[in-house]
Ligand binder design. Structure first.
Ligand code: TRP
Length: 339
């Protein structure tokens, strides 16, 4: 079958559900920036269709969408090098999502652990969209024939489902049309934990603001949160193995490694045996040096929402130019008659 795509195409997305944290930055945005390169087509999406699988106030959604774009750009996503847009402006996502709803099996969806976690005991009351979410995610990736998908550990199962959907589509229609995308889960901080409890993910919805670093926090607050971060009684270990069973220590070392573009091994080489009284202020300084310029630039960009909307419109045009021919071809394969 023609149309096989051999170039490296990266796709990833983040939900504009408000409250971006350092976890989103280290675990996603920073890695997306690093994947920009001349031999890669990189497509980064603000997945607003995914956001409304749980209730979003419209004004808040608009604000969160623009703020996420500001975060992408302030962190180094170049809208001339990458395609940066919001999902709802490229209707091919929703259209291919429907076709995939008819390819994916209910049994597959029932195995999605994220749905089970999110729906919990409330499964009868959550939206049908939340249940179908992974099938739309498969469409996001495959509508570009993307080959690489940088995600956090929690999204691995969804990328595997995407591969199953691609394989079943190809098999059912006897084509070799959709590629098998690879999840890319790398870097020292693909799972940034909360600063008060190293067993829980850093999340915008955690009870205390002290447990997370928000991308909009100023320098003083960032420093304060790191200095008050929970640690333990022992000094830093002399080797990375010594971080086992010490979730808070491990998290802080991994954050330091990610912020300094190094590795936990390198951090331990520098700080092994150090007391927290030395490590935490160093971490606070590093975090301020890395994150403050981004939050200042985000604030500057947010002063001109019209400019952000223009960037999204241009990105959507570029995305559409890739997605539409793939959707047209899919419609042909499926047997939809078009005049
Ligand atoms: N489900 C992802 C998350 O919650 C967001 C997302 C939607 C995504 N579509 C995607 C990520 C496609 C990678 C590729 O983090």
């Amino acid at each position: 079958m023609a149309d096989a795509v051999h170039t490296r195409r990266v796709f990833s997305g983040i939900k504009p559900s408000g409250g971006l944290t350092m976890g989103n930055y280290l675990g996603a945005i920073k890695r997306f920036v690093e994947m920009q390169s001349p031999d890669t087509m990189s497509i980064y999406c603000v997945v607003d269709l995914h956001a409304i699988t749980v209730w979003q106030d419209p004004a808040d959604l608009r604000h969160a969408t623009r703020e996420l774009v500001a975060a992408y750009i302030a962190s180094g996503i170049d809208p001339d090098q990458s395609i940066l847009f919001n999902q709802s402006q490229v209707s091919a996502h929703a259209e291919l999502g429907w076709i995939f709803n008819c390819v994916a099996r209910v049994g597959w969806m029932n195995r999605m652990t994220q749905f089970k976690d999110k729906a919990g005991k409330n499964a009868e009351k959550v939206s049908l969209g939340l249940y179908a979410y992974p099938s739309l995610m498969a469409a996001d990736i495959l509508i570009y024939h993307a080959t690489h998908v940088p995600v956090g550990e929690d999204q691995k199962q969804h990328v595997e489902l995407t591969r199953d959907i691609a394989a079943k589509f190809n098999h059912d229609y006897k084509v070799d049309f959709f590629p098998q995308p690879e999840p890319i889960i790398d870097g020292p901080a693909t799972r940034v934990m909360n600063l008060r409890d190293g067993s829980k993910k850093m999340s915008k919805s955690g009870v205390s603001d002290m447990e997370r670093i928000n991308m909009t926090d100023d320098a003083a607050l960032i420093a304060k949160k790191f200095k008050k971060a929970k640690s333990d009684a022992a000094p830093l270990p002399e080797s990375v193995e010594g971080l086992k069973g010490r979730p808070e220590a491990k998290n802080l070392v991994e954050i330091y490694a990610a912020l300094s573009d190094s590795s936990p091994e390198a951090v331990i080489r520098e700080f092994g045996g150090a007391q927290w009284g030395r490590f935490k202020p160093a971490l606070a300084d590093l975090a301020v040096a890395r994150l403050e310029p981004i939050s200042l630039e985000m604030a500057r960009l947010m002063q001109d929402p019209a400019e952000i909307d223009l960037i999204l419109a241009k990105g959507a045009d570029k995305a559409n130019a890739i997605a539409q021919p793939i959707l047209d071809k899919t419609y042909d394969i499926v047997g939809f008659v078009r005049g």
